[in-house]
Design a protein around this ligand. Sequence first.
Ligand code: HEC
Length: 152
Amino acid sequence: MSCRERVGTQRHMCRSALVALLVTASLTGCHQKAAAPPGEPMLAAVRGDQRAAGLTYAEAQGRLLFQQYCATCHGDEGKGDGQNASNLNPAPPDLTAPKAAPDAVYLRRVIAQGSAAVGRSPLSPPWGRSLRAQEIDDLVLYCRALARRKSK
Ligand code: HEC
């Protein structure tokens, strides 16, 4: 039943009930486009990033995670120029340098257990207890994509 029909059948209702009906109809979307389902803006952001950066879907998700958890030290694009980088010694490395294209096993260990787990300083924190395995996998893929893009 369309909004108009629905309103038409209510003509004999008292005025306040009609007003209430109209308000309800507009709030429930009769006069509006349906609201995007939850999660849609996040997916749209991932797809936009993915297209812009030539990344796979998983790499693009890794990029969002990187911007959230790693960029403060590593910089938005992994160049080692985050807001907090100048406070760190050793400084975060440029992850886009071709020499920084380490294998996935090494990257997973650094990300999940921290840089101390690969014999370096403890400055890159361990994320194994706060991020899900899938999120760590996506970060690994994104770190590899960073190095891959520079070396092209
Ligand atoms: C508090 C700052 C900080 C944060 C947050 C941080 N890192 Fe680091 N990261 C560093 C520093 C500093 C180093 C260099 C450590 C060293 O060489 O001793 C490093 C090293 C690394 C390395 C090793 C690179 C190489 O050349 O071996 C990787 C990979 C890495 N970080 C990934 C990440 C990822 C992914 C995140 C987010 C999930 C992250 N880091 C969050 C500071 C940070």
